[in-house]
Design a protein around this ligand. Structure first.
Ligand SMILES: N[C@@H](CCC(=O)N[C@@H](CS)C(=O)NCC(=O)O)C(=O)O
Length: 209
């Protein structure tokens, strides 16, 4: 398998899932100019130019974070990253959709994009509270989003990593903050985040040079 990633982007969730599963993969970094670390034009691989993308052992390319995470969980069932119960799986898919559309795209993309106009950022910030309220109410009585730890938790933890960079202070949502800390304390999450943060800093250093 080959995972195309950018440091600290949503593709970090797939790295964490692979580490949780103790699975082997080639990790190929994609830069802002859409070139891979080994010099390929990434748009020839994924025309959207976005990460994550996963080259599967079958040779075909899978994109869309929620789909990649489900593929990884189903490829390595021993890691237990997706519940077996059908209803619980549906609820995990609900959370994946919520995180991808309501949090990642609606809130964090505009807040993190330096080209987004101020009123777009204000609109996105305005959307954040209700979504975090929903998470706060849900996580107040739970350790994870749905039963045991799994791919939706991983994706949420990665999105919450962006909060300080996006100017979102999580203090009013203590259960969300506690969830994030709980996730960060897991070995696979800590290792993947440490590795990608180092790559992220290196990328910033090269851009500033
Ligand atoms: N719909 C895609 C969106 C993925 C996405 O937004 N990836 C970001 C990183 S978190 C990216 O590659 N942004 C660069 C770009 O859009 O050119 C998915 O859910 O996987």
């Amino acid at each position: 398998m080959e995972l195309f990633f950018s440091p600290m982007a949503c593709s970090l969730a797939s790295r964490i899932a692979l580490y949780e599963a103790d699975a082997q993969a080639l990790f190929t970094q994609v830069d802002k100019a859409k070139r891979t670390a080994d010099g390929r034009d990434y748009r020839q691989i994924n025309p959207m130019g976005q990460v994550p993308a996963l080259r599967t052992p079958g040779g075909w390319l899978l994109t869309e974070n929620a789909a990649v995470l489900q593929y990884l969980a189903e490829s390595f069932p021993a890691a237990g990253l997706l519940p077996e119960d059908a209803d619980a799986r549906s609820r995990v898919r609900q959370w994946l959709g919520f995180i991808a559309t309501e949090l990642h795209k609606a809130v964090f993309v505009p807040l993190l994009d330096p080209r987004a106009p101020a009123d777009v950022k204000a609109y996105a910030m305005d959307k954040a509270a209700l979504r975090l309220d929903v998470l706060q109410a849900h996580l107040q009585t739970r350790e994870y989003l749905e039963g045991g730890y799994g791919i939706a938790d991983i994706y949420l933890a990665v999105v919450l990593n962006w909060a300080p960079f996006a100017g979102v202070d999580l203090t009013p949502w203590p259960a969300v903050r506690a969830f994030h800390r709980r996730l960060q304390a897991r070995d696979a999450v800590a290792r993947a985040t440490r590795e990608e943060y180092a790559l992220f800093q290196e990328e910033q250093r090269l851009r500033a040079a």
